[in-house]
Write a protein that binds this ligand. Structure first.
Ligand SMILES: [Zn+2]
Length: 464
């Protein structure tokens, strides 16, 4: 079945604007000195506007993979599109992971195989069905009012990143849903780059691998990612923010569950007997350090963050996220929380607490520092696209945080996403075009930099 995405017709404005954007791209090509700019330009916005109309919201409660059927529909259609673009081996496995290869165009030996990865799911926190993308042409600093909810307004004052988008085409949703630029911008950029590379065999590159994955937003994006089958020396997730961003550092993250045990009895006859676990947990939460919370930290600071509460008199559990850029700091955070929990239970005689800590992901920089050329080539590709490199630490994780530790060093590059997981999510068509250019540049840079005399141990290479 092809459900939601076909039922939703793009609004009139979108169709007109998509056509207009194409025209603009061609006009730009006439003066651009960037190589083969036009082909990339005409692919990416069109594709993006189509992909966002698929409902691919992930579902944490689901036990299947992908967690929702809509993701499989889009993943299946991506296989068809890749093949139509000339990527002949594109295929989806039974869990929905799509992998494909752009064959090498060069006979140069020992060119490392590199990969590009994006996720098709959208955040479960926001509605993801019936998304109507709107292209606001030629942005000039005006307020962008989203028609389905007049209170949803993108203003320059509240969105400083818009200041560098003058004259660009801004895509938003219509006010009641997220847009899904996270990460369909990345998907569209990779498909557009693949189509461009296939159409331009004169661009020298080694074998390029592509993967589209489900369920990143619920932390399962790499659960069934077959690194060996992917067979690349390194990869880049296209899942970042504004143009020029290169992200080589993420949080290290653990999840801690503290379960407070009390004693329940009929409240009418509870004097001297009841121990209310809800109150013990509340006492614990009250003791959490205010200066180490998401609301009060930024830049290179870590935090502890209670985010789920399952409450009952007999038993109440609190889930807490532990986050820091230095992995060893997570232990100190866990120790602090145990001390606070012990103090809370001590204040409620008879109560006790049990604690469980689970590893979530680790700062990918620990791996990427051992493979400096992976980030160095990304910076060079950004500069070749005429952009300034912006390095940012991700105050969260990406699939790369896990993949890097699974043997596939994977920094994150900009895809143009802004205000992700929000009704005010937006992306600039020109940022997406730049991301396509960066992908193409990277393929060539890895080719040109390859040293035929150097054998990389245990990694896939192209050619003899
Ligand atoms: Zn994402």
């Amino acid at each position: 079945m092809r459900p939601a995405h076909q039922a939703v017709a793009p609004c009139r404005a979108v169709r007109q604007d998509a056509a207009g954007a194409q025209g603009a791209g061609e006009a730009r090509h006439a003066t651009a000195n960037v190589r083969c700019y036009r082909v990339a330009v005409t692919g990416v916005l069109d594709r993006f506007l189509r992909y966002v109309t698929y409902d691919t919201r992930a579902d944490e409660q689901s036990t299947t993979c992908p967690s929702t059927e809509g993701q499989r529909v889009l993943l299946g259609d991506l296989v068809v599109e890749l093949r139509a673009a000339g990527v002949a081996d594109a295929a989806m496995d039974e869990r929905g992971y799509v992998m494909a290869t752009i064959p090498a165009t060069s006979r140069k030996p020992r060119v490392p195989v590199i990969g590009f990865i994006a996720h098709v799911d959208t955040s479960p926190e926001m509605p993801g069905a019936g998304i109507v993308p709107i292209v606001h042409r030629n942005y000039d600093g005006r307020d962008l009012v989203l028609p389905d909810d007049p209170s949803a307004v993108l203003t320059l004052a509240a969105n400083p990143a818009l200041a560098e988008q003058m004259g660009h085409d801004i895509v938003t949703a219509s006010g009641t849903t997220l847009l899904g630029a996270d990460d369909k911008a990345g998907v569209a950029e990779i498909v557009a780059a693949a189509a461009h590379l296939v159409a331009h065999p004169e661009i020298p590159h080694g074998a390029i691998r592509i993967a589209f994955t489900p369920d990143e937003e619920i932390g399962r994006g790499t659960a069934h990612f077959d690194v060996a089958a992917f067979g690349a020396r390194c990869a880049y997730t296209m899942d970042g923010g504004g143009r020029g961003e290169v992200e080589v550092e993420s949080f290290s993250a653990d999840a801690m569950t503290l379960t407070f045990h009390g004693f329940n009895t009929h409240p009418g006859y509870a004097r001297g007997r009841m121990i209310n676990a809800i109150k013990v947990a509340a006492d614990f939460i009250h003791r959490l350090p205010r200066e180490a919370a998401p609301e009060t930290t930024g830049d290179d600071q870590g935090f502890v963050h209670p985010y789920v509460l399952h409450a009952g008199v007999e038993r109440t559990s609190v889930k807490v996220l532990l986050r820091d850029f230095r992995t060893e700091r997570l232990q100190a955070q866990a120790a602090l929380l145990e001390r606070l929990a012990a103090a809370a239970t001590a204040a409620h005689p008879g109560a006790r607490v049990t604690v469980d800590v689970e590893e979530s992901y680790r700062n990918m920089r620990e791996v990427l520092d051992r493979h400096p050329e992976v980030a160095a080539h990304a910076r060079a590709a950004v500069r070749q696209a005429g952009l300034e490199v912006r390095e940012r630490r991700i105050r969260g994780g990406t699939d790369g945080s896990k993949l890097s530790f699974m043997g596939l060093p994977t920094p994150n590059l900009f895809a143009g996403e802004q205000n992700f997981h929000s009704r005010l999510e937006w992306v600039s068509a020109q940022d997406m075009e730049k991301a396509v250019e960066v992908i193409v540049n990277l393929c060539r840079i890895w080719h040109d930099a390859a040293d035929p005399s150097q054998a990389y141990p245990n990694v896939a290479t192209t050619g003899a």
